[in-house]
Design a protein around this ligand. Structure first.
Ligand code: NBY
Length: 837
């Protein structure tokens, strides 16, 4: 390919991709200029925040050559580009990631020292992360963007620039309190607003038929309302390459302002919803990770960002003189769950109504371009929109969906003559009860590929979620097991491990995680195992310091750090872990805890504001923590910590400091999990069920290096079918009965024996997630953990093998699979020549 000559004397313009032109002097000079000109500050009076801003701007400047060259490369020569559509991108802090990918961490360290700062970390600490996602789904999108850029694949992430991201969590009296996330308040240096590329989006109104100049019958939409989408672009630089992709987030301009301060935190949801009804569409992220709330504003958000993005993509063809007929040769659209599934109807509308394509050609283009990733089997999380709501907001789209459905069902009739049941099951319109549009059906029919996110999950999509679709189109359904980026989740978050790996196997592991298998040669090298264990201890010391500062709890870094961090959910079963702690507590109290490992059990995670049971689970954990941590009998044996406000930044501290990773969801419920992968890479052992990607993690790290417990998915199904009764399990288990009795007595709620009643009733009555059924086996697995911990050398060996065999879970591998089997895209190497070198 032709090198791009920008003819610009820009900072960081250099032919040598790594470091050239960016030494500590350049970083220092850049900071000085920005302090003075951009921030209006003298270096002598600059605060840490000022220095953070100045360094960020200086680094951003040095991304621009690559950023523009990457866009120029596509302009110069058409190349299929990935458009990753996601309502959430949980990108985390940007500064250190960009320093790493540019290769200038040391230069930055030296530059900040010249400002009298002791360590770059002091500046990194200041960065506020954009919480534009709920959990795994949003974080996955961020890992995928980073891998796309690192693999030199042209890509753009399309989403929403929420003014308020996921709420900040504080814990008061053991309860979660939600606080508005004002991530933009101090200015956020990583985005570039591009108001010239704004788009119009319609809502409501009516449709009409008309005859055009050529005498053709056509339909059009006359919306009653409009919003303007203003793109805000975030550069996503690949690791040590010139390719710099983009995250393009749309902001809806405010129509009127209001004071979010007045949030009634007890009713976060209601407060947001009511006020927001008259408000701008991009105001707030829905803080809901597992249930479809079916709110009008949410559908508005979805259509808003999808319409802006598709218009933007078509416009980019037009400005490059590429005919719109060639849309699918130039773009491949990935739908991150059904949140952007309206894209199927919106692309049809744009092609037919605006660009006057015939139906068949428009459908062909749509179907060739769009693919859909499913992230959940939970029925309550499958998006459905009430037909009347849908019609009032998107009347033209509903007409198009009816037509899509009509043509689709005609095909089904031919394939299954006389089978009305299958028509009802496959239809986009749910006719049971009040009518609704099923977004998963729209996505599946519109897409050329549907994938799940782990082998088991993809299998269950075919067998349980959409068996009729899988029978109709078996080749449409595939699997791409999730992955996480080793740049953030090893190199940035675990610098001690990263430098040990560099020393032992060279530094190529960071872009080729399969090289980690070379570590297997060290499994019996006693000295190496000690060093490996020592890096873990460093991480644990740091986390212990953080825990003390945040919660006042003193924890001992030599104890087993047993961690469960993820959204709080019944299916993820944090309460199973909590019950296990009570059992251990009782053993210690009764003097029967003979060989239990001294543990620090750490929880972190947010509960959806309207999910009362999850909020009670947080209160429950904190109730246990209060009793355990105050009891001198527990000293040196057991500590329980609930870390408030779990987010990406905190995750970076946690994964590197963990010995035991808790992945204990009810089998069949967790689509994949991605935290499980981050833990394994960082040398934590997993205690887990055969669920999601745990299955593949265990296959790869070896069953002897994984603490397995619990019923399998098919055993759970059988139990459910045969009438599951949790009481039978409680009666059979003295330790479980005793734990429950203690909770009933109010032992963990200052004598209040009503507080945890709803939780107990659920567990002992219906137990929808089979906590009681798995309890005894879980406790036995925890005993195996305790036993293994006695032999530190052996533990370190198993931990090392986890790291060594976790290469498969790099998002680079996932992205390569998407590129070759779904998107059919190739890398496009960006070369740069400069006139200033
Ligand atoms: O996606 C998660 C899955 O639970 C996890 O197993 C998987 O590893 C991960 C990545 O594939 N799903 C998830 O995080 N979902 C959400 O955050 C989410 C957000 C919004 C809504 C539903 C789910 N919603 O209905 O609005």
């Amino acid at each position: 390919s032709q090198p791009i000559d920008l003819r610009l004397p820009t900072p960081g313009c250099y032919a040598d991709p790594i470091k050239a032109g960016i030494d500590a002097d350049a970083v220092f000079d850049g900071m000085t200029e920005h302090l003075f000109f951009t921030l209006g500050k003298l270096a002598t009076s600059a605060s840490l925040r000022d220095l953070y801003m100045a360094l960020s701007y200086a680094v951003r400047d040095r991304l621009m050559t690559r950023y523009l060259a990457s866009q120029e490369a596509i302009r110069a020569k058409p190349h299929k580009t990935v458009a990753y559509f996601s309502a959430e991108f949980l990108i985390g802090p940007q500064l250190n990631n960009n320093l790493l990918n540019l290769g200038i961490q040391e230069e930055a360290e030296e530059a900040v020292k010249r400002f009298g700062i002791e360590s770059l970390n002091d500046i990194l600490e200041v960065e506020e992360e954009p919480g534009l996602g709920n959990g795994g789904l949003g974080r996955l999108a961020a890992c995928y963007m980073e891998s796309l850029a690192s693999l030199q694949v042209p890509a753009i992430g399309y989403g929403i620039r929420y003014e308020f991201g996921i709420f900040n969590q504080i814990i008061r009296d053991g309860w979660q309190i939600e606080v508005t996330d004002k991530w933009l308040k101090g200015g956020w240096p990583w985005e570039l607003p591009q108001p010239d590329e704004s788009c119009f989006v319609g809502f409501g109104g009516r449709t009409e038929n008309y005859i055009d100049d050529q005498g053709n019958y056509r339909s059009r939409w006359i919306p009653s309302e409009h919003a303007i989408g203003v793109p805000h672009d975030i550069p996503i630089l690949g690791y040590r390459v010139n390719n710099c992709d983009r995250l393009r987030l749309w902001r809806a301009d405010a129509t009127e302002s209001f004071d979010f301060y007045a949030f009634n935190i007890g009713d976060y949801y209601g407060a947001v919803e009511e006020k927001v009804a008259s408000e701008t569409i991009s105001k707030v992220l829905y803080p809901n990770d597992g249930t479809d709330e079916g709110r009008r504003l949410r559908l508005k958000q979805q259509h808003f960002f999808v319409s802006c993005s598709l218009q933007d993509m078509i416009r980019s063809l037009e400005t490059r003189n590429i005919p719109v007929e060639q849309f699918s040769e130039n773009w491949t659209v990935q739908l991150n769950d059904t949140h952007p599934a309206i894209a199927v109807a919106e692309l049809m509308r744009l092609l037919i109504d605006n660009h006057h394509f015939e139906w068949d050609q428009a459908w062909d283009i749509t179907n060739r371009s769009v693919a859909y990733t499913n992230h959940t089997l939970l029925p309550e999380a499958l998006e459905k929109w009430d037909l009347n709501l849908f019609k009032s907001l998107l009347p033209r789209h509903l007409e198009l969906i009816y037509e899509i459905n009509k043509r689709f069902l005609q095909q089904v009739r031919l394939r299954y003559p006389g089978n009305d049941l299958i028509l009802r099951k496959l239809s986009i319109i749910d006719e049971e009860g009040s009518k609704a549009v099923r977004m998963a059906h729209l996505a599946t029919i519109g897409a050329h590929n549907v994938n799940g996110v782990a082998a088991l999950h993809s299998d269950l999509i075919k067998r349980q979620l959409m068996p009729e679709f899988a029978d109709l189109w078996p080749e449409k359904f595939t699997n791409v097991t999730n992955g996480v980026t080793p740049r953030r989740w090893v190199a940035l978050s675990n610098p001690e491990l990263a430098s040990l790996l560099d020393q032992e196997i060279g530094s190529n592991w960071i872009t080729n995680m399969d090289l980690l298998t070379q570590l297997e040669e060290k499994e019996n090298d006693s000295n190496f195992l000690d060093v490996f264990g020592a890096t873990k201890l460093l991480g644990k010391r740091k986390l212990a310091g953080y825990i003390h500062r945040q919660t006042g709890i003193l924890v001992d870094p030599s104890t087993l750090f047993d961690v469960q961090v993820k959204r709080i959910h019944q299916y993820k079963r944090q309460h199973l872990n909590a019950l296990q702690i009570i059992a251990q507590y009782l053993r210690i109290k009764n003097g029967t805890a003979h060989s239990i490992a001294p543990r620090t059990v750490i929880f972190g995670g947010k509960a959806a504001p309207g999910y009362l049971m999850a909020k009670l689970m947080i209160r429950f954990i904190n109730g246990i923590a209060e009793v355990v941590n105050a009891d001198p009998d527990m000293d040196g044996k057991l500590r329980v910590v609930f870390l408030p406000d779990y987010n990406v930044k905190l995750g970076e501290q946690v994964y590197s400091a963990t010995d035991l990773s808790e992945q204990i969801s009810t089998a069949g419920k967790e689509a994949s999990g991605t935290g499980n992968m981050k833990f394994a890479m960082n040398g934590a052992l997993t205690i887990g069920t055969l669920d999601g990607a745990n299955v593949e993690i265990r296959d790869r790290v070896g069953k002897e290096n994984f603490f397995l417990f619990g019923k399998t998915e098919s055993e759970i199904m059988k139990l459910r079918k045969n009438g599951y009764d949790p009481k039978q399990y409680i009666e059979k288990s003295p330790e479980l009965s005793e734990a429950i009795r203690l909770i009933e007595l109010g032992h963990f709620s200052n004598g209040d024996n009503e507080l945890f009643r709803p939780l107990l009733n659920s567990l002992t009555g219906y137990d929808p997630f089979f906590v009681m059924a798995d309890f005894d086996d879980y406790l036995l697995a925890q005993d195996r953990v305790s036993k293994a911990w006695q032999n530190h050398k052996e533990w370190n060996r198993m931990a090392l093998l986890n790291t060594a065999r976790s290469g498969f879970f790099s998002s680079d591998r996932s992205i390569r699979e998407y590129c070759s089997s779904i998107w059919k895209v190739n890398p496009l190497e960006v070369e740069i020549t400069c006139n200033i070198n």
